[in-house]
Write a protein that binds this ligand. Structure first.
Ligand SMILES: Nc1ncnc2c1ncn2[C@@H]1O[C@H](COP(=O)(O)OP(=O)(O)O)[C@@H](O)[C@H]1O
Ligand SMILES: [Mg+2]
Length: 439
């Protein structure tokens, strides 16, 4: 039998509204929690590290978004100068990975057609995924990128989520735009610093070239005369002094030659050259010097020989510089050796180089020195031995040939310098041959 109270409650509906009041309250609390989470994430998204790399940024956004939106993969796409660069973040929990995908588009395409292009390539890559994108717009309402969520199933109701996603995009856009501006500015500052530096170097180069020319003729007299005197005073007690004068003259001459090359005031003819021949020439010049120092010199030369276009004299100078540096590093070492190798080096992006490496098991180079060795006048050798110009001159020559000069080393273990010069391809070689045959 129902109590009077219960009958009253049923009639007035008080109890039932109390029930729905509680479920409603619960629902509201859940909603509030959800909104709070979303706010926290949006707040986090405005704090993207300005100097992080793009893959890092994509992973950061993905990890934040995964707390409030369902998706399998996240993609941050940037549009710049006719190129789409997409940073695809995969994974979840602690283990995010990022892949970079690049795609060309016409430089002035409308954002809608760029978006179509992006979705097209995503459909090809992920045929069983559904892509949802929102544009990243600048303050001037220009689209400079997209955020994309990839989901295995087509999301059922997207209204509220879509709104949230757009809201997030507007916050991310501000952060990303700041980062782009920051990169622009730092690039400008860098270029400016480089300009100042190269202007300085050009000034030094010009000055050095002038001085070198001035010094050349008096030096020739000093060298010639001291050599004559030396011959005459063979047994005289003053002979060592005269020899000293002669040796110092030779050293000055070398410095001057280096300076002239450094300032590129000397002209060199470019021709087709085999790296193996350059190595042989260099060894015929200083091989004797090396062998009297008790070093073992081994060479392993590429077969067939690799060709490049360049100045034989200049490249030979690099090889000699590298060999002399190796010799200096080997003084007083046990079982000293120098290994010279020529080889084909192919990089991932398809560029092929003629490589020449000079490896020694000498004193090696400390990590902080390694950063400085290519600077002009940087030397760890005593004044009478080092000019600090060898490597900077060599790097200058390598770069003027469109090549590179790389250094690897471990202190007290080894040093390896690798010269890379653009490979002269087979077709070009044949072309030149037939021309030569005709001529
Ligand atoms: N093979 C090598 N092993 C160890 N240190 C090296 C080697 N080559 C170059 N270095 C370091 O780099 C410095 C700069 O070399 P370089 O420009 O040729 O000038 P220099 O030989 O006149 O000192 C050297 O003083 C030396 O400290
Ligand atoms: Mg040197």
């Amino acid at each position: 039998m129902q109590s009077k109270q219960e009958i009253l409650e049923k009639l007035t509906g008080i109890q039932s509204s109390r029930k729905s009041y509680y479920t409603e309250l619960n629902y509201l609390v859940e909603e509030m929690k959800k909104k709070n989470r979303q706010l926290a994430v949006i707040n986090q998204l405005t704090q993207i590290q300005i100097n992080a790399s793009w893959p890092e940024i994509s992973i950061y956004i993905a990890s934040q978004l995964s707390q409030i939106l369902p998706f399998d993969h996240f993609i941050l796409t940037l549009v710049k100068g006719g190129q789409l660069t997409s940073y695809l973040a995969k994974g979840g929990e602690e283990e995010w990975q990022c892949h970079t995908l690049r795609q060309a588009s016409a430089p002035d395409q409308a954002s809608l057609s760029i978006l179509n292009l992006l979705h097209q390539s995503l459909t090809e890559r992920f045929p069983d995924h559904h892509a949802r994108s929102v544009p990243l717009r600048s303050q001037f309402n220009q689209t400079f990128g997209f955020l994309t969520l990839l989901q295995g199933i087509r999301p059922a109701s997207v209204g509220e989520e879509a709104e949230l996603f757009s809201l997030i995009a507007s916050h991310v856009a501000v952060s990303v735009e700041n980062i782009l501006l920051f990169q622009d500015v730092s690039e400008k500052i860098n270029i400016e610093a480089q300009l100042v530096q190269s202007a300085k170097m050009a000034a030094i180069g010009e000055m050095a070239a002038g001085i070198a020319h001035e010094l050349n003729s008096p030096l020739t007299a000093i060298l010639g005369n001291s050599q004559l005197l030396l011959r005459e005073m063979k047994e005289s007690p003053a002979a060592p002094l005269m020899n000293d004068i002669y040796q110092c003259g030779v050293r000055c001459k070398k410095i001057i030659q280096n300076l002239l090359t450094f300032s590129r005031q000397e002209e060199y003819l470019f021709s087709t050259i085999s790296i193996n021949e350059v190595v042989e020439d260099a060894l015929s010049l200083i091989g004797y010097q090396l062998s009297v120092s008790g070093l073992t010199v081994t060479k392993e030369l590429a077969d067939p020989p690799l060709l490049f276009h360049g100045s034989r004299h200049q490249i030979e100078q690099i090889v000699i510089n590298l060999l002399l540096n190796a010799r200096d590093a080997l003084v007083g070492r046990e079982d000293p050796f120098i290994e010279i190798r020529s080889l084909l080096v192919e990089e991932d992006d398809g560029d092929a180089y003629v490589g020449l490496s000079v490896h020694d098991n000498g004193e090696g180079i400390a990590a902080d020195s390694l950063r400085q060795i290519f600077q002009p006048f940087y030397s760890t050798k005593e004044r009478s031995k080092g000019t600090g110009l060898g490597l900077s001159v060599s790097l200058g020559i390598a770069e003027a040939h469109g090549g590179k000069l790389l250094a690897e080393s471990e202190e007290n273990q080894y040093s390896r310098f690798t010269l890379l010069l653009p490979l002269l391809r087979e077709e070009i070689r044949h072309g030149e041959k037939t021309n030569a045959d005709r001529g």
